[in-house]
Design a protein around this ligand. Structure first.
Ligand SMILES: *Cc1c(COP(=O)(O)O)cnc(C)c1O
Length: 222
């Protein structure tokens, strides 16, 4: 059961500020279609097989976001159609995305996953890793014409403390703004700060998110 009223209110609230990615992982195609029929076009999945199956059976103008941890050997399955890959956290992964995008005659948009939470288990790069990643990128830029770095994605600590979540998002937003000013990424397309899920999207909006990834509030709990 999709939460139609919540979707409508949220779209109104974020209009002109942030884009909504409806996170449909584990949810049936019928639920995706119901939201699609209301006008939602961006959907997020975090398993490659589930994503490719859904993409085959659902309307071709859906913009599919890959938001999970992507293994290098699976890039080829999503390269023909994926709209944005949120979780790039190593340079070898970027090289593979570039290679598979070239094979498909595409330019694939990606976000660098930034580690902002306390938890050890979450994937992502810290500030220093990202600078190093961008130095590799800069050095090989001419051979990386099939990927476009659009911004950052991050997940805050799972905590009840809104102050802590807010400070993590602010840190990410500030790093994003600094990168935007740097020589690496002073590009108009470096415009995406993907932060905020069901439990913390208000805080993320407040901290300057440009893209929300929301699952359970739209589709019910998993
Ligand atoms: C599942 C998931 C979400 C959405 O989570 P909800 O709490 O259901 O809104 C957002 N981002 C990522 C990376 C996810 O894996």
């Amino acid at each position: 059961m999709i939460q139609e009223e919540f979707w409508k209110e949220l779209c109104k609230e974020i209009q002109g500020k942030a884009r909504l990615v409806a996170v449909s992982k584990t949810k049936p195609a019928a639920d995706i279609l119901a939201l699609y029929e209301l006008g939602q076009r961006d959907f997020g999945e975090n398993y490659v097989q589930e994503l490719t199956e859904k993409a085959t059976s659902l309307p071709s103008d859906i913009l599919w976001h890959f938001i999970g941890h992507l293994q290098r050997n699976k890039v080829k399955y999503i390269a023909p159609f994926v709209h944005l890959i949120h979780g790039v956290d190593s340079f070898p992964l970027l090289l593979e995305i570039n290679k598979q995008a070239a094979k498909n005659n595409r330019v694939i948009d990606v976000l660098m996953q930034m580690h902002i939470a306390d938890e050890e288990t979450k994937f992502g790069m810290d500030e220093r890793d990202i600078i190093e990643f961008l130095q590799y990128y800069e050095a090989q830029r001419n051979s990386l014409s099939h990927v476009r770095i659009r911004g950052l994605m991050g997940m805050a600590t799972a905590t009840e403390d809104p102050t802590k979540i807010h400070s993590e998002f602010i840190r990410m937003r500030q790093f994003f703004m600094n990168l935007k000013k740097s020589e690496f990424l002073a590009k108009s397309y470096f415009d995406t700060c993907s932060m905020g899920m069901s439990g913390d999207y208000q805080i993320a909006l407040d901290a300057g998110s440009t893209m929300l990834r929301i699952g359970s509030l739209l589709f019910g709990s998993r």
